[in-house]
Write a protein that binds this ligand. Structure first.
Ligand code: GUN
Length: 296
């Protein structure tokens, strides 16, 4: 059984990006700049944004975080987005989700300049993704595709079952896996809360991607012998035996499932670090777009 090492592969990608950024600086150009908007104090969001900043710095990029309290109005947030859209020094930015309930998330995302939308969530970029056009690919599915490619996992003609149809992961994942190229070309089934006989469907998977946000949901009887399992979940579970008082687990019951797999991503150290690496790749792309605009 192969443990798919997201930590090492993401470190490789970050090394490639760091070399590219160093090359820009050597030529006297400015570093790429990623910004993040963080509303409220959700623990997971705080952790993600801190990690995005740390990783930006580790490859020589600039980052800035715009923090607001939970009660910021939608109008005020739209103004922040408009400011970042117009700031030539900011190449790309994200609005960390989830947002407070009084916000219309679709309206917020639609206000982001598609050329700065490094999450790839804007309807224009999602549309380009559906059409197979050049776009910002959402970081988690992008990271997973790169992880499979660099781990030598065959996808062509395989049965891929994606568990969960979120806009952030499941839906773009299903699209990418069904694309016509040598690192995709899978036959894809997208499962959700209304899927009948779920275990029967997931047992067909040569490649199973679990992105349902339920800790330990995927059990051994849902997985075919020899399957490749990609675990997108990340949940804090209380564990008094740990100094921190918690441990991280995924959407897959790793202890049960791993022995049946030909390959599996661990949590932590699988999909998580790849998501950040993919966001850095998207930031580089946004930088190139921005520089090209400046030259016009
Ligand atoms: N919340 C959970 N995942 C993501 C992500 O990829 N991007 C943003 N902006 N928020 C998230």
């Amino acid at each position: 059984m192969q443990i798919i090492d997201g930590k090492t592969i993401s470190a490789e990608i970050k090394k490639e990006i760091a070399a590219e950024v160093a090359g820009l600086i050597d030529k006297g150009q400015r570093a790429p700049h990623m910004a993040a908007i963080l509303v409220g104090h959700d623990g997971a969001s705080e952790t993600y944004v801190a990690s995005k900043e740390k990783n930006c710095h580790s490859v020589g990029m600039t980052s800035s975080v715009y923090r607001y309290e939970e009660n910021i109005s939608e109008q005020a947030l739209l103004e922040v987005i408009s400011f970042l859209n117009g700031d030539p020094e900011v190449d790309g930015f994200i609005v960390q989700l989830p947002l407070p309930k009084h916000m219309n998330v679709d309206r917020i995302i639609a206000a982001i300049d598609p050329d700065k939308d490094i999450d790839g969530f804007h309807p224009m970029n999602m549309g380009r993704l559906v059409l197979g056009e050049d776009t910002f690919i959402p970081a988690t599915p992008y990271g997973i595709m790169e992880l499979l490619k660099r781990s030598g996992i065959e996808t062509v003609g395989k049965e891929c079952v994606v568990l969960g149809r979120s806009n952030i992961v499941g839906t773009p994942m299903a699209l990418l896996m069904s694309r016509n190229n040598e690192h995709a070309n899978a036959t894809v089934t997208l499962c959700h809360s209304k899927t009948r006989n779920l275990a029967e469907v997931t047992r067909r998977a040569d490649i199973l991607v679990a992105a349902i946000g339920k800790p330990g949901f995927v059990k051994a009887d849902m997985v075919k012998e020899g399957a490749v399992v990609v675990d997108v979940g990340i949940h804090r579970i209380e564990d008094t035996s740990k100094q921190s008082g918690f441990r991280l687990i995924g959407d897959v019951d790793y202890e049960e499932v791993a022995p049946k797999c030909s390959a599996i991503t661990p949590v932590p150290g699988g999909v998580g670090p790849m998501t950040i690496a993919a966001l850095l790749v998207n930031t580089m792309k946004a930088y190139r777009k921005n520089i090209a605009k400046e030259k016009r």
